[in-house]
Design a protein around this ligand. Structure first.
Ligand SMILES: [Fe+2]
Length: 262
């Protein structure tokens, strides 16, 4: 396949089953998530986010060219420290979101993985961190899939960040994670500005390493498997923890309850 056709094919596969096609993200973006669903969203998304830097390092460590490898180091450095955006370690900012929902970090760290989450964690580690797997597999199926997502927007073009702020009424510190990760509205190509920079480095890896038909097919297969596993993981969160009979979550009501008792 021509390189540009190959890259377009990966983009199309990601687009077809982008996050907002999953019932989990649809219910959150419609503003109809319950407290229990959002709490479990944090608990069960955390393990995937937590291994992400190891996935980036796994791919990055195999790049010979310093200039390109450096971009992966910078990506990981920002993820692990928040230094370039003057924030904090990204997964910790995600844990802060959980704390505002009443889930202590300890609970997030100690909850056993759902089988669907474990399957995805195992897949991602193997694709990126097993040096017997072609580097393009991990770059396509984990890194491009995560960073190359189109913006998560609902019908009105609102971002995850704006829904957290305007609909669920969370305070700024609570939704900060989404300011860095899912703040683009419908007019942007990628999910946030940070991700746009990261994506170009990943695309460069694909250009340099997926140079044969065999390697391209392997990357495509790997991406399709990853998307299947990811949607099974999203669906598990939705099916296990969403009950439409429970009230929709609004932060103001939660804090009133916590302050005044019942
Ligand atoms: Fe991040």
């Amino acid at each position: 396949m021509q390189m540009d056709d190959f890259l377009q094919k990966l983009t199309d596969i990601i687009w077809e089953r982008r996050k907002i096609t999953s019932p989990l993200y649809q219910i959150i973006m419609r503003g109809e998530a319950t407290l229990r669903l959002l709490q479990n969203f944090v608990i069960h998304r955390y393990p995937i986010k937590n291994i992400y830097t190891r996935n980036v390092m796994g791919v990055g460590s195999r790049i010979e060219d310093h200039k390109l490898r450096r971009l992966f180091v910078e990506n990981v450095y920002e993820e692990e420290t928040g230094a370039t955006t003057n924030s904090g370690r990204h997964v910790e900012i995600f844990l802060t979101f959980g704390e505002y929902l009443g889930v202590p970090a300890e609970t997030v760290l100690n909850t056993p993985l759902l089988p669907e989450t474990k399957a995805l964690v195992d897949f991602n580690l193997n694709a990126c961190n097993n040096t017997n797997v072609p580097i393009g597999d991990g770059a396509a199926s984990v890194l491009l899939l995560m960073e190359g997502q189109p913006p998560i927007v609902n019908k009105n073009g609102n971002s995850m960040e704006s829904v957290m702020r305007d609909v669920y009424k969370l305070p700024r510190k609570a939704y900060e994670f989404f300011t860095h990760h899912a703040s683009s509205n419908g007019d942007k190509e990628y999910v946030s500005d940070l991700e746009t920079t990261h994506t170009s480095a990943i695309v460069e890896v694909l250009r340099r390493y997926c140079t044969t038909d065999e390697l391209q097919q392997s990357a495509i297969r790997s991406l399709k498997t990853a998307i299947d596993l990811r949607h099974k993981h999203f669906d598990a969160v939705y099916e296990n923890f969403y009950d439409p009979n429970e009230p929709v979550f609004r932060y103001s009501e939660l804090s009133a309850e916590a302050t005044h008792g019942d």
